[in-house]
Design a binder for this molecule. Sequence first.
Ligand code: OSB
Ligand code: MG
Length: 376
Amino acid sequence: MLNIDAIHMREINMPLAHPFETSFGLTTGRRILLIELESEGLTAWGECVAGEHPYFSDETIDTAWLMVENELGPSLLDANVERGGSCPDIFRQVRGHRMAKAALENAVWDLEAQVEKVPLAELLGGIRAVIPCGVSIGIQPSPAQLMKKIATELAAGYQRIKLKCKPGWDTKIFEAVRNRWPDITLSCDANSAYRMKDLDHIASWDQFNLLMIEQPLWYDDFYFHSMLQKRLETAICLDESIRNRRDALAAIDMESCRIINIKVGRVGGFSEAIAVHNAAEERGIPVWCGGMLETGIGRSHNIALSSLPNFSLPGDVSASSRYWAQDIIEPSVTVSAKGEIVVPTEIGRGFEVQRDRIEALTVRRQTLHAKARVTA
Ligand code: OSB
Ligand code: MG
């Protein structure tokens, strides 16, 4: 039994070290909901990856806040929580709101790892000592700036470069990058910026030998992606479309993709992330861990998840310094010259949370208390 005494919610505001542009817009700073669980003297953390606007998903930090405060938080405090894996059942009555659920569930796993005195990675079923890392590079003000950025990331050792793309920032860019770097592992991510009229256009990218094309079509689609995949040599990777294990099975069986990006927030927490991982593994589909511009808390959870066996492709989990002038964990996440992150072997997430720094960044807070427990 994990006795959760209180759930502390806070919103922190953090400016990004570098603005990040995707096909759906520009992000210069993040408003982040953090969850802190208090349990018999232990403290565990979760991070909600919902954005400020409902552009990547239909959740935002404000909808997540409301759900944690009014629905999910009270349910968790009322439940018998055996372990992190108990959360999907506890939250089952609430439809959707997966990023809000994940923030709480992941904090419970973070707690369970401390109680069981094991590394979080081991608790999740991880087996890797190090994880391979790639970077996601946003749309840049100019091609010259993109080339400079790629050179920097390659020099830092990253194993895969992913380029954000959209109509007008695609073929010419891929051409320029391939001319300069014919052999690097390269992929692109459209965040749903294309439509069926673009089929021939997308098929022409086969010439660039991309590792994958991520989420080219609608954010909620499998069928049209399967039509596109038939026309391509290049693998499609789905991100937005995959909400759970059943989606992964449908997408794999329909041949809508050959690779899956797993984001723990997008699928509703570690339990479902593991279920998606296992379903893909059984069908020979590799997965990798996506990123949502997380602070060190979400990043440490992504590192633990990425240590599972079928995370065989480099993920979007990269060094803290690519996002933040100063992270909220100690030590910050660093990447070796070989483009790897070492999976912590300490108990729990393996990174200390810097509470003073979080206090200074907090703009809103709320605490939910458990009802007094009757002790037999
Ligand atoms: O689609 O993978 C995406 C960031 C925000 C929203 C969606 C996505 C991304 C990224 C950045 O690609 C990944 C990262 O570096 O955290
Ligand atoms: Mg993506």
